[in-house]
Ligand binder design. Structure first.
Ligand SMILES: C[S@@+](CC[C@H](N)C(=O)[O-])C[C@H]1O[C@@H](n2cnc3c(N)ncnc32)[C@H](O)[C@@H]1O
Length: 262
């Protein structure tokens, strides 16, 4: 389902929340770091640069993403970075890690609130668990997508297809769940105003993420018809201005220090 090249098109904008998240992790010299849902690995390698003594493992369930990560970054940081294909729902380390990261991934894992205990158990006492999820599913980028899918023609076409639908909890739920697991927790949210360049910028942005599960069900001709309709709605919702197209994007962050004896 993932197209690494499409995803990397807005790498600078997509990377910003990852860097803002890492900036709030006060770990001094973690020896082991895991990045769940590492995608094409371009942000995973920044962890090895930030913590020069750490060995870093990126984990992703997409064969295409892992292949791209290995090709582009497999030799980075003197061999301290490696990439493994696995489903994060099955992840559990041999030894608890010092820092567990996940950026823009849990929204694709339904029921991830129930996974938090398992994930926290994979971090050593005193270690850190940090993640970020989008919180923009009420924005036109998603409501217009749902509206097009609901048109009779497409509703019929999608009948029976299992469309992956992104889902996240509200910030307070992450705070409460992680605190109940004995962690010290910092949760916050930010709305970025990404200024995107070029024609149909929002359509191109979402083609690398939320639109993929929908397009995967359609043949080429249908994809063109679907994106023509959806693209027109996006142009109305996000008008192109002289300086670019503004995409407001809310994101939810959590940094937890795992409890227990360090
Ligand atoms: C939006 S991308 C984020 C990539 C990267 N973390 C970044 O910040 O650029 C989401 C990634 O999560 C991965 N993913 C989705 N569900 C997953 C799962 N259950 N286990 C592991 N990876 C998963 C996808 O393959 C994709 O590479």
């Amino acid at each position: 389902m993932w197209d690494a090249t499409e995803y990397l098109r807005f790498a600078g904008h997509r990377g910003r929340p990852f860097l803002d998240l890492v900036a709030r992790v006060p770990a001094e010299a973690p020896a082991s770091i895991v990045d769940l849902g590492c995608g094409p690995g371009n942000m995973t390698v920044t962890l090895a640069e930030r913590w020069p003594e750490a060995s870093v493992e990126g984990v992703d369930s997409s064969a295409e993403m892992i292949e791209r990560a290995r090709t582009d970054h497999g030799a980075a940081a003197d061999g301290r970075v490696r990439f493994t294909r696995a489903d994060l729902r099955d992840w559990s380390p041999t030894d608890p890690v010092d820092l567990l990261m996940s950026n823009a991934t849990f929204q694709w894992v339904p029921g991830h609130l129930e996974l938090l205990a398992q994930l926290v158990a994979g971090v050593r006492p005193g270690g850190w668990f940090a993640f970020q999820v989008p919180g923009n599913f009420g924005e036109p980028s998603h409501t217009e997508l749902a509206a097009v899918c609901e048109q009779p023609r497409w509703r019929e076409r999608f009948a029976g297809a299992e469309l992956a639908r992104p889902w996240v909890a509200e910030p307070i739920e992450y705070l409460e769940r992680l605190t109940a697991l004995g962690a010290e927790v910092d949760v916050w949210e930010t709305t970025y105003l990404h200024v995107l360049q070029g024609e149909d910028a929002v359509l191109r942005w979402i083609s690398g993420t939320g639109l993929r599960p929908v397009l995967d069900v359609l043949d080429e001709q249908e994809q063109a018809q679907f994106t023509a309709d959806y693209g027109a709605r996006l142009r109305a919702a996000y008008p192109q201005q002289g300086f670019g197209t503004v995409l407001p994007y809310r994101r939810i962050f959590a940094v937890a220090q795992v409890g227990g004896v360090a």
